[in-house]
Design a protein around this ligand. Structure first.
Ligand SMILES: [Zn+2]
Length: 148
């Protein structure tokens, strides 16, 4: 393993361990893996029961699902330690990325403000040009008047 691959940064590029898709004991349906597309959790993996929303409430983010697998002994021994470590690193990375996104994304309100500032700046520039032109015309008139 190279030194770079040990950093948290690379967790997302590390091969994803495959976690067993269990059939949920309470309803017997097999759990389904999905990817979140919400702005709050973009790309987050979740596991839910196929009957979720239809009488079953099994729905967990990846880390909670791994914890569940461990608690229920679906994964044991060294595999369990590895799986939980991976899931925790991944969660940490996702949380970190979320914080970074928050810092870099400009809110629509701010964007509107920036656009307004730009518009005012352009208006001021236009006003300066008009004033300069008026001054030149005035100067020319003065020169013409003095020549007479
Ligand atoms: Zn279910």
């Amino acid at each position: 393993m190279s030194s770079a691959s040990s950093s948290v940064r690379c967790v997302l590029h590390r091969a994803t361990p495959t976690f067993p898709l269990i059939s949920f004991p309470e309803c017997g349906r097999v759990v389904k893996k999905g990817t979140s597309r919400t702005t709050e959790h973009p790309g987050w993996i979740y596991y839910k029961c196929k009957k979720h929303g239809f009488g079953c409430n099994f729905w967990k983010w990846e880390m909670e699902y791994v914890e569940y697998l461990l608690d229920e002994k679906y994964i044991r021994g060294p595999d369990a330690v590895e799986a939980l470590g991976w899931a925790q690193d991944r969660r940490e990375e996702l949380e970190l990325r979320k914080e970074e996104d928050k810092l870099t994304t400009v809110s629509p309100k701010e964007l509107k403000k920036n656009m307004l500032i730009e518009a005012v700046k352009e208006l001021l520039l236009l006003l300066k040009i008009v004033l300069a032109m008026l001054f030149m015309v005035f100067a020319m008139v003065v020169i013409l008047v003095l020549k007479k």
